[in-house]
Design a binder for this molecule. Structure first.
Ligand code: SF4
Length: 211
């Protein structure tokens, strides 16, 4: 295991960006607790030292020179939109570099829990759609009650959280083609109902394997 915290790490040919460990939820299956902040040998515990956009961009470029990259994914261990400005800065700089031929054309994806609009008190989907190619939202349940039990949001997000996640998906799907709603398989979550919900909001559906 590496000791220094990884802000950019390679997994299955993609680069994953670890911008923050902060999160408005405390999911029952959170990998932060499951793997003690270590994933595939990478230490992802930032210990509060969140990276700046410049350092992340340098690291992305350095690792891209070592081997080709399939996709760049804003992921975590934490909720990437808690660093919205930094995320947008990194993504927009990469897009500019791609347009100028200074960085290979590479899809940019965000993995999120979908609470960004509620956290910021405004619609952030337009900002995201401008710089990302796809967004994957872990909805965790097709029902509010089960969602509350699984994701255990902070008190200020309990009442309006689920409604806000659904609105976030709908608004994003109006602006982007690749909006994917996912749940983890074999966790007692109704996949058919979640798929129907995702499609009713204009999004795609994906059943993820339990790691
Ligand atoms: S959204 Fe992700 S980081 Fe946050 S508590 Fe859930 S699993 Fe953990």
């Amino acid at each position: 295991m590496e000791n220094s915290a990884k802000t950019v790490y390679r997994f299955q040919g993609n680069l994953y960006i670890n911008l923050t460990n902060r999160c408005p939820n405390a999911c029952v299956f959170c990998m932060k607790t499951k793997f003690s902040m270590v994933f595939n040998g990478y230490n992802l515990n930032l210990e509060g030292k969140e990276p700046c956009a410049e350092d992340v961009l340098k690291e992305i470029c350095r690792q891209t020179q070592e081997a080709p990259v399939g996709e760049i994914v804003f992921c975590g261990y934490g909720e990437p939109t808690m660093r919205l400005e930094t995320l947008l800065q990194i993504a927009s700089t990469l897009k500019e570099k791609m347009a100028k031929g200074e960085y290979p054309k590479t899809p940019l994806r965000l993995n999120t829990l979908g609470l960004g609009n509620l956290v910021y008190g405004r619609d952030i989907t337009g900002d995201l759609a401008k710089v990302l190619d796809s967004v994957s939202i872990s909805i965790n349940s097709p029902e509010q009650e089960q969602w509350l039990k699984i994701v255990r949001p902070l008190p200020q997000y309990r009442e309006n959280g689920y409604k806000s996640v659904l609105e976030f998906i709908k608004l994003l799907a109006q602006k982007m083609d690749n909006v994917v709603v996912s749940i983890v398989d074999k966790q007692g979550i109704d996949a058919a109902k979640t798929k129907a919900l995702a499609e009713s909001l204009g999004a795609k559906f994906r059943l993820r394997e339990f790691i």
